[in-house]
Write a protein that binds this ligand. Structure first.
Ligand SMILES: [Zn+2]
Length: 683
């Protein structure tokens, strides 16, 4: 029940890297590696042939993926450091004998302790979810079915569709109700429908997995197999009416604002009045129906499919959500499919790390508050604010000098840029967890209570003004985001550490790493999606037609480059799916490089270890994306992730940038040399 994750997936947050669970930080006083460690490079390769390999080759050779990871790079190694720090926080909370009942320490301590109590979890087995199973067993009518859907949503269990509170795309000051497609146990509709070998294999394994899980609940083998087929059929029916991942990237296509009457017309088979009443929102009348086709079909299905089949489906929704919090047999089967089959991981993470992730997820800002007090230096915040200012100035310059854009659009673009809000480290105002009950009784109950707390807190915002102090990520997260509705860039404390951010390194290194990340997030305001929002965060076209056409032309070059980027011999990056991120990567590097040039003016910019500042800038950028990845993880991500694989985030970018050619003296005879006419220029 990654509730935060579920909501952030929709609430217009564009992250630097795919949002996965929790993350964390490294002591700035710990013995630091040099900012650019030349032993990590592979200098037998020419920078013009394969810059990714040149910058990271030895690191990749010497850092194989640990058995309990699907990939291993800068993000993951930093996360290991953070695990240790978060564990200190958990241990201290769990050991605090004087923690007052209801205090944050008590909640963190008890949540973590129930997760670690394997004796209790084994003893309870399936009984831990008995009250939930009883609720499903009591369902008798279609009305009960529809009511139960609302109940599951409010408990953070993913079921037929999603409901959440989000900013009105065309009026960013208002929070309205939103519906979004859902109901699938696999991460993408294509897994149900595609005819490629990998999708077929996943489908076969998924059906087996469902059957095994039902067997664990006490179902006979034959019956469990039948149930699994039935669930697969139902989910395939949903997949058939689901929008593709690509279609979901189009903000206009997914904006269908209605009132209650409109919703009733789209999906008349569903009792929406009762639905909103169950959620405690009887007056809801501003509703965005993200994917009307899906909502219409899903409503029809509720009346056509027999009640008993829905009960089985709900049971599946429950088991697959609850599995990580139950006894060993459930945990192992859940991992066998979600870890091994889908990601190629052979070993589970140790329990303490898994429980720590859950605690950090459930009590995100409570953990975050303790985390920043202990580990986040105030100086880092000042430095970041300064860097963001320099990046803004550099992007403004670049926009002013663009050849393909008219002055009218430039003026609007600059107004939008200047209005981008910057958040660094942690929120000024913390979430109050007072009404969340966490006790020593049950791990599953604690998880559910946290999900209910989050859901209730979220939907209470509907109809109220937007709180601009809120954060969409916790401080301990190693990630960053741009929100088009808020027109803001956000950098949690977690990412403000090496190799992303160095308190004491030379400018070249910081601009290559965190500078390019800042530029990346800013550019999201001007990527193929972001450019459709104005300075107030409203979906509104502020572009002169000719400029929009020019923009499309520029981005097409980039789409083709990624489409042609081969990976694992026969697979390709999806240039269209990843275009937003790729534009941001391009913009990030270009703008940060320009900002570095300004920062270096009048300074004595010496070479270090034989590398000029310009070279160190690009090496620093490349090392952020160093990493190894399992084939299965890579295949899944090519389908599911809007971000390109790490190797493409470097090799598809640098060979477009003239300054890179100059820095490393790239020659036309080099393998990846691109004639100027073939290079992409966007921001
Ligand atoms: Zn991004």
């Amino acid at each position: 029940m990654k509730h935060k994750t579920i909501t952030t997936a929709f609430v217009g947050i564009i992250a630097l890297t795919m949002v996965v669970g929790c993350s964390p930080k490294k002591s700035q006083t710990a013995k630091e590696e040099p900012a650019i460690n030349i032993v990590n490079m592979d200098t037998t390769v020419r920078p013009g042939d394969d810059f990714y390999q040149y910058a990271n080759g030895s690191w990749m050779k010497n850092n194989p993926i640990p058995a309990d990871n699907s990939r291993w790079g800068a993000f993951e190694t930093l996360m290991e450091e953070n695990y240790k720090q978060l564990q200190t926080i958990m241990d201290e909370a769990a050991a605090a004998k004087d923690a007052k009942a209801g205090s944050v320490q008590q909640k963190i301590g008890d949540f973590f302790a129930t997760g670690m109590d394997t004796v209790k979890l084994e003893k309870e087995g399936i009984k831990a979810i008995q009250p939930e199973l009883d609720k499903i067993a009591a369902i008798k009518t279609l009305t009960d079915v529809q009511k139960h859907i609302a109940y599951m949503q409010a408990s953070g269990m993913s079921t037929l569709f999603y409901f959440y509170a989000g900013q009105d795309e065309k009026n960013s000051n208002a929070i309205i109700a939103n519906f979004y497609q859902g109901g699938l146990g696999l991460a993408d509709r294509d897994y149900y429908l595609s005819t490629d070998e990998r999708s077929k294999e996943i489908r076969g394994e998924y059906v087996k997995h469902i059957a095994k899980m039902f067997e664990l609940t006490g179902e006979a083998k034959e019956q469990a197999a039948k149930i699994a087929e039935q669930i697969m059929q139902l989910e395939t029916q949903l997949a058939n009416v689901s929008s593709t991942r690509l279609a979901l990237r189009d903000p206009i296509a997914n904006y269908n604002k209605n009132n209650l009457e409109g919703l009733k017309k789209i999906a008349p088979q569903y009792d929406w009045t009762a639905y909103f009443q169950t959620l405690g929102l009887p007056k809801t009348d501003e509703i965005n129906v993200g994917q009307p086709k899906f909502i219409a079909e899903m409503a029809k299905m509720t009346t056509k499919i027999p009640v008993d089949q829905w009960k089985t489906y709900f049971k599946w929704n429950l088991i697959r959500t609850a599995a990580p919090y139950l006894s060993d047999a459930f945990v192992k089967q859940n991992f066998a499919f979600n870890g091994t089959v889908l990601r190629g991981v052979t070993e589970m993470k140790p329990r303490w790390k898994r429980v720590l992730n859950e605690t950090s997820d459930a009590l995100g800002e409570a953990v975050g508050q303790l985390y920043v007090e202990k580990y986040f230096p105030a100086k880092a915040k000042q430095r970041m604010v300064e860097l963001c200012g320099n990046l803004k100035a550099a992007l403004k310059d670049r926009i002013q000098n663009l050849k393909w854009m008219s002055d009218v659009t430039k003026k609007e673009a600059i107004l939008k840029l200047e209005k981008i809000n910057v958040k660094v480290g942690y929120p000024d105002k913390w979430i109050d967890y007072a009404s969340l009950t966490i006790a020593k009784n049950s791990y599953f109950e604690n998880v559910i209570n946290a999900s209910r707390f989050t859901f209730a807190r979220e939907i209470a915002k509907i109809g109220k003004p937007v709180d601009r102090t809120e954060w969409g990520m916790t401080p301990q997260t190693i990630n960053a985001y741009y929100s088009p509705n808020m027109n803001e860039i956000v950098f949690p404390a977690g990412i403000l550490q090496p190799p992303f951010f160095f308190m004491n390194a030379d400018d070249a290194v910081n601009y290559g790493a965190i500078g390019a990340i800042i530029g990346h997030e800013m550019t999201h305001g001007f990527d193929d999606q972001g450019r459709q929002y104005d300075k107030e965060g409203n979906l509104r076209d502020w572009w002169i037609k000719e400029d929009a056409i020019n923009f499309e032309k520029q981005t097409k070059v980039l789409v083709e480059q990624y489409d042609n980027f081969k990976i694992l011999d026969s697979l390709h990056v999806d240039g269209k799916l990843t275009i937003g991120e790729n534009i941001a990567d391009m913009g990030g590097v270009t703008v940060s490089y320009a900002a570095l040039q300004k920062a270096m003016q009048g300074k004595d910019n010496k070479a270090i270890d034989g590398f000029t500042p310009e070279q160190r800038f690009f090496l620093s950028y490349a090392q952020v994306w160093r990493g190894n990845i399992r084939d299965k993880e890579l295949m899944s991500r090519l389908k599911e992730d809007v971000h390109s694989p790490a190797v493409a985030r470097v090799n598809c970018i640098v060979y477009n940038i003239p300054e890179f050619y100059k820095a490393f003296k790239i020659q036309p005879t080099d393998k990846r040399f691109k004639p100027e006419a073939d290079r992409a220029v966007i921001w």
